[in-house]
Design a protein around this ligand. Structure first.
Ligand code: FDA
Length: 307
């Protein structure tokens, strides 16, 4: 892992820096490269624009690492509210959420109860909830909550990260249990080489292997979350080998990243979904995007300093 990537991931977890960044207009402006805005209305507008290009969305009300019950309940209320706005505006969008935002580190039972009520509401509105995957201290508990909520609901899926050694087993188990509605991504957190592939080439190879396995399995659904053209080509290759119709899998990308590729795949008739984050808690999300591509720092500076 490059030094810069490690540095940005380290900085993403520093609360003092987050508090400072949130007060600086310059930083807020920069975050707009990857974040649709601070309000649900701005997120809905961004989704309307995507929908006009035949691109679907999954909306994320930014937030993570909540440490009080009140904040966790607030997260639930915010999601219920954005689900209401999805319904009234008629946009084509799911929601994505993080369990630490729903109090996973406060009380696991409370977290399950709150997430369950969001999935319930989403089911009434005929939409879907994707549970994001966070750093490895949360992997096991996130999977446990997912298995639990899947007992009651089918409109929920999980995220797995190709950089973890354990993911191959997690994928196999979820397929065997009939629970494999999986967004597959490379992984955005800092992990030790004892549990995650340190080399990008190995992460990429694992991602292709996992994608092939999921595509080969009739009862699995793959949401391939990557901007990497090699990953997209591999997905298309295996989908074509297995003669899968275009609606049997989907591509996912992040808001503001590789818009050209998003539009191209949508225009070719593939299911393309964009992750649209919004809210005031943009700092850690923004820093992880810088970690993925430190060149973004210069891109942002250039644009902000342009007369
Ligand atoms: P890679 O990093 O190899 O990048 C390939 C190319 O994509 C780059 O060369 C560049 O062109 C472009 N690119 C990638 N990142 C960029 C950036 N930040 N800015 C500009 N260009 C960029 N992770 C996680 O741990 N848990 C999760 O729940 C999720 N959820 C999630 C949802 C969706 C829809 C996506 C697309 C991604 C995630 N991720 C995630 C993040 C994921 O793990 C990973 O960090 C990023 O997607 C970057 O990896 P790529 O697969 O794009 O490849």
């Amino acid at each position: 892992m490059s030094m810069l990537r490690s540095l940005f991931i380290y900085l993403s977890r520093q609360r003092w820096l987050r508090d400072a960044a949130l007060r600086v207009e310059f930083a807020r402006q920069a975050s707009h490269r990857f974040v649709a805005g601070e309000t649900a209305e701005q997120a809905i507008q961004a989704i309307q624009q995507l929908n006009r290009q035949n691109i679907l969305a999954t909306v994320d009300h930014l937030g993570e690492d909540v440490f009080t019950e009140a904040d966790a309940r607030q997260a639930r209320d915010d999601y219920l509210s954005v689900l209401g706005q999805i319904q009234t505006s008629g946009v084509k969008s799911h929601v994505s959420l993080k369990l630490t935002q729903f109090g996973l580190d406060v009380d696991e039972g409370l977290c399950r109860e709150l997430v369950d009520s969001v999935i319930d509401r989403a089911a009434q509105l005929d939409t879907f909830v994707r549970i994001d995957m966070e750093g490895s201290p949360h992997t096991e508990r996130t999977l446990a909550v997912y298995r639990d909520v899947r007992k009651k609901h089918t409109n929920v899926g999980i995220v797995l990260q190709a950089y973890l050694y354990r993911t191959v087993d997690d994928v196999r188990k979820l397929v065997d249990e009939g629970l494999a509605n999986i967004r597959l991504c490379k992984g955005a957190y800092q992990e030790l080489s004892t549990i995650a592939f340190p080399r990008k080439a190995d992460v990429d190879a694992n991602m292709v292997k996992l994608a092939q396995y999921l595509l080969s399995n009739t009862y699995a659904y793959l949401a391939m979350a990557s901007h990497d053209e090699k990953m997209i080509e591999a997905t298309l290759k295996w989908a074509s080998r297995y003669r899968l119709p275009k609606d049997c899998f989907e591509f996912q990308m992040l808001y503001g990243i590789r818009r050209d590729l998003q539009q191209k795949l949508a225009a070719q008739g593939y299911r393309m979904r964009v992750y649209v984050p919004y809210g005031a808690e943009w700092y850690p999300y923004f820093m992880r995007r810088l970690a993925e591509r430190p060149a973004n720092v210069w891109f942002i500076l250039r644009n902000l300093l342009r007369p």
